[in-house]
Write a protein that binds this ligand. Sequence first.
Ligand code: SF4
Length: 66
Amino acid sequence: MTARVAVDTAVCELHGQCVEAAPEVFAFDGGGQLQYRETVPDDEVTAVQDAQFLCPTQAIALSRDA
Ligand code: SF4
């Protein structure tokens, strides 16, 4: 099973809590833009949920693949 991650760049303010909570999924590139993996395995879902909780703008969506 995998899950899908999506960041709404219209509301993301690049605070970086997601990068701290789930560095295996989220990272800033050299230009300071947020990069992230759109598909994550089950064992990384908890970290993404932590990132969701910590994101001050609630920009992170997580959904299960069917
Ligand atoms: S924590 Fe939220 S607002 Fe901050 S960089 Fe991550 S997605 Fe964007």
